[in-house]
Design a protein. Structure first.
Length: 80
């Protein structure tokens, strides 16, 4: 069985966004920044789910400025 790490990401998007009506983005917190952009912080997800989030941003016409991993959870069953 292949185990995948769930990672916590922060995504920087263009513009001041207070709400996104898209189920794929539920659970993501939106924080307006002083520079007029928005920082999104989401739940722990794997890389496959991350691609879904990026597709949701694209589908909603939201411009991606940056993305970074801020935390990684251990692999289930990993003894390290």
């Amino acid at each position: 069985m292949i185990a995948y790490r769930k990672r916590l990401y922060q995504i920087l998007v263009e513009g001041n966004i207070s709400r996104i009506d898209d189920e794929r983005l539920s659970g993501w917190q939106l924080k307006s920044l002083q520079d007029g952009n928005t920082l999104m912080t989401g739940p722990g997800i794997d890389s496959s789910a991350l691609y879904g989030i990026l597709a949701a941003l694209r589908d909603n016409g939201i411009i991606l400025l940056g993305i970074r991993e801020v935390q990684t959870s251990p692999i289930e069953g990993d003894k390290k």
